[in-house]
Ligand binder design. Sequence first.
Ligand code: HEM
Length: 453
Amino acid sequence: MLNDESTLPLKASGPRGYPLIGVIPHLRKDPLNFFLSTAIEYGDVAKLDLGPREFYLVTQPESIKYILQDNNRNYRKGYDQAKPLLGEGLVTSEGNFWLQQRRLIQPLFLQSQIGRYIPFITAATDEMLAEWEIHALNNKPVDVAHEMMRLTQKIILRTMFSTDTGAETEQIAHAFDMSLEHLNQILFSPSRILDRLPTPANIRHRHALEYLNKFVFDLISQRRLSKKESNDLLSRLIQARDSETGLGMSDQQVRDEVMTIFLAGHETTANALAWTWYLLANSPEQYDSLVSEIDQVLAGRTPTENDLAALIFSRMVFDETLRLYPPAWMFARHAIEDDEVGGYFIPANSMLMISPYVTHRLPDIWHDPEYFYPQRFNSENIGQRHKFAYFPFGGGPRVCIGNMFAITEGLIILSMVTQYFRLSLVPQQNIKPTPIATLQPKPGVFMNLIGRN
Ligand code: HEM
């Protein structure tokens, strides 16, 4: 029987590039606008000429749901470049090993468990606010992008290790910073060989990693021997047992998950918060609404787990920030077998690029997409959209395990800072979203601290 041509999958098209180098120059120059304008011009599935391999940018919610959820078994993450650093942790592992690890670790991040970590968040935020008081008295602006990084790093360090970092805290924080910098670098490096050359930077990164490995392995063995109760993540990772087999993790597995959670779990939230302050300062009416909700719900108290559900508008502000500036602005999947996505043919081995930044700004989904409007996230408006029109935390089985942690941390910091200060932008800054591994505000976000009491 003859094949009916009309049922054959379509071949995706995309922007024309230069001979040999394809669209790489466009991508280097302005990746965010290049991806967004490609999606607007070529639709759901656009082919990108980025070298010998086939690349597709996929942007409509139904197709994203198909890749991340419905047919996720046909897609690998392929984050192998990050394995020297993250090993077989949750972000990088695949298949059955990933599933087994996810089952073990998921219970530690359930919403019902996040309350345990709140004291680490409030204490670190209080310490930052005490420093800010001095800056405010001296009329000294702060770079909130830098401040939020320091704060979320302190929170994840304490959530993970309690106070066991002791006198080495600064050194450990610095070593983690260097590892994160290296990860950012290798994710965008054109060649693996460059990362292995004995350059001064690569040698520094290797030493930082050796130092961290020693610190983490030593702490794991101390904890295994100790009888002392501890409420931090490290202890809970060590104690986690598979409900069917009763087996726990080896030291190497615990180390890989510690590195993974540390690196995945602070820069993202820090960027989200920095963008939140930036957007609020540019939208005084929305800022007023946020202040009045926080004053009304908390009446000057430090927030607790029980307050979070009442911070409805604050949550809408955070959600809208994650729409406009999703920290994980792009991620990728590799097709294992031939597939059809949104009616288009996807050959095996091709790489699919999925970008919350792009889908969150498509004008056929979002009215006036560039406009900061938290009310898009009231329950009525959410109900009218496709579930995958908004996916700052990914979706399907590999959805971010830390999403409730991030939202809780975001709301607590947002509300505690708002109780003490109103932030306003230092004039004449040219702040641009800069897509590295996460979407960072560069060169920083300098703000004046105006005390509210
Ligand atoms: C606003 C903050 C955050 C954002 C926007 C974010 C975003 C994401 C996204 C999009 C993914 C999926 C990537 C993919 O499918 O390729 C992911 C995965 C992951 N995230 Fe987050 N994340 C945030 C905070 C956190 C925090 C606080 C933690 C831990 C404390 C964390 C730990 C992880 C881990 C371990 C994974 C891998 C999960 C798996 O594959 O099983 N993230 N995150």
